[in-house]
Ligand binder design. Structure first.
Ligand code: HEC
Length: 109
């Protein structure tokens, strides 16, 4: 136990620092929810206008990898007809994007 405890304490500290640096849920709320909705369903005014698919659906989530979600946020998302459907989201670091993609995965129902 004496040996395990410091490891646990360090682990907790580490995750507290990580969540401070890049909190996926708040990044989602600040940068994604206005289009994709707080739960990813896309049921916002903008979301309906843009006909955004339901990102909380397991089927939809199975259609993209984490890497593709990352590039959708970083470089924008272009559909198969070459139209830009989602512009790059400005002002996020790579760590922020990874955190928000991880958060997006938790919205899957
Ligand atoms: C201005 C509105 C808007 C904002 C803001 C926005 N998106 Fe999107 N997003 C879209 C649209 C439109 C699409 C493509 C339509 C669809 O869902 O089929 C899309 C598609 C996606 C996809 C699917 C990509 C794929 O390959 O199928 C992911 C993942 C995604 N967005 C994540 C995010 C994340 C994470 C954020 C916040 C960092 C974000 N979006 C912010 C409008 C937006």
């Amino acid at each position: 136990m004496k040996r395990i405890l410091p490891v646990i304490v360090l682990g907790l500290l580490g995750s507290a620092v990580a969540s401070f640096a890049a909190d996926g849920a708040s990044i989602w709320g600040d940068n994604c929810a206005k289009c994709h909705g707080p739960t990813g369903k896309g049921d916002t005014t903008i979301g309906k206008k843009l006909k955004i698919s339901d990102l909380s659906s397991a089927d939809v989530q199975a259609q993209f990898t984490d890497e593709r979600a990352f590039s959708a946020v970083k470089d924008g998302y272009t559909d198969k007809d070459g139209r830009m459907r989602m512009k790059p989201v400005e002002g996020l670091s790579d760590d922020d994007i990874k955190a928000v993609v991880a958060h997006l995965r938790t919205l899957k129902q």
